[in-house]
Write a protein that binds this ligand. Structure first.
Ligand code: CP3
Length: 341
């Protein structure tokens, strides 16, 4: 495939950095919002034609260099038997683990509940433009488990989940193993069906200390990484809020690391192992700024990109609700049209 994104991930020199955005397949797009009038999020995710269409919308509407599967990280708890609903305020579980008597006995892996997602991937493979790779993804163990325990939507501070890790450490380890076992099957199937890149979303890595993360969660990140890289698929890790933890990110963990908006990119380049590429990290709230102010910020990225080939332009977290579409187009086109070398 002739793709600037794959070339960069394979550490080849390119005329400009590739560009895509976390949460690009969603509410920033007027065409997505029009579909949302007719269908719920779950309906769109589960219908292969609709999900494939939504996956490709940002490619056509924004002009990004890669598509990311339209799905969610919480499909894993759902396939472990947890009742899940996506409300207007975010995802809600019927019975979060914090309210279960013996959670391990209630988790029941049903890998067949993920099969519709592989049909979505098949449909994307049939309909995508020839130079657009597909990014597969899943949630990393801490983020997935903290949602499972806490059960709340996006505005939670995951207080009970973190407390659970400290009060029930042995059970936490077993829960991580249960999530990881199904996740590994899911990763393997996504790759069999054709995803060319894999990103692991660890949005909640800042909930606990780097030391506890290393002990409890890093072993499963490494297992997921090996599963992905067995097939020579580039692996991107996004540990949001990891702070100085990025200093321990080495090529045995990932090919690229996605840097959050809290961390200056130049500092990240100094701290992260030199053979690991970087992705990110424009603050997604810059899309709310006037275009002349966005442009001043983008100039800093131009300077960075001139010095760094192993870099993918992205945000430091996903698009927020109500992000103005025109500014998302402006940023994408700016990156694509600048003289970078
Ligand atoms: O465009 C893409 O990035 C691809 C699809 C994608 C979604 N969720 C679709 C989605 C991806 C990669 C995710 C990952 C995800 N989901 C994460 C990790 C990354 C991050 O953004 O932090 C997390 C923590 C979730 C869990 C989740 N799903 C939350 C907290 C919410 C509610 C908040 C919100 O943004 O709406 C969701 C719902 C969700 N997932 C939507 C979309 C498009 C919104 C559904 C809608 O349109 O109503």
């Amino acid at each position: 495939m002739n793709s600037i994104f794959l070339d960069t991930l394979h550490k080849k020199d390119t005329v400009r950095p590739p560009v895509w955005f976390m949460r690009q397949a969603g509410r920033v797009l007027p065409n997505y919002n029009a579909l949302k009038e007719k269908y719920t999020f779950w309906q769109m995710m589960q219908d292969p034609e609709l999900a494939a269409k939504v996956t490709l919308l940002p490619v056509f509407d924004l002009g990004v260099d890669a598509a990311i599967l339209f799905s969610d990280i919480l499909v894993i708890p759902h396939a472990l038997g947890m009742g899940l609903e996506f409300t207007d305020n975010g995802p809600v579980f019927d019975t979060p683990i914090k309210n279960m008597a013996n959670p391990l006995s209630k988790l029941n892996p049903q890998p067949e509940k993920l099969e519709y997602i592989y049909k979505v991937i098949d449909q994307i493979m049939l309909t995508r433009p020839a130079n657009i790779p597909l990014i597969g993804f899943c949630g990393a163990p801490l983020t997935v488990l903290s949602f499972m325990i806490q059960g709340l939507g996006s505005r939670s501070d995951f207080k009970d989940a973190v407390q659970f890790f400290f009060t029930h450490k042995t059970e936490t380890k077993k829960l991580i193993a249960a999530v990881n076992e199904l996740t590994l099957v899911y990763v393997e199937e996504q790759i069999k069906h054709g995803v060319e890149v894999f990103q692991l979303f660890e949005t909640n890595s800042g909930l606990i200390s780097n030391e506890l993360y290393e002990e409890l969660f890093m072993p499963s990140v490494k297992m997921i990484a090996s599963k992905v890289r067995e097939s020579n698929i580039p692996f991107i890790f996004f540990p949001k809020g990891f702070g100085t933890g990025i200093m321990s990110i080495t090529p045995d963990i990932c090919d690229f690391v996605s840097i959050d908006w809290q961390t200056p990119l130049e500092l990240a380049r100094k701290f992260v192992h030199q053979d690991v590429g970087l992705q990110g990290n424009l603050d997604p709230r810059f899309v709310f700024s006037p275009q002349n102010e966005i442009e001043i910020e983008l100039q800093k990225y131009l300077q960075f990109g001139k010095k760094n080939q192993k870099w993918v332009f992205n945000f430091g977290h996903g698009f927020l609700p109500e992000s103005p579409y025109e500014n998302a187009c402006f940023i994408t086109q700016w990156v694509k049209n600048k003289q970078w070398r």
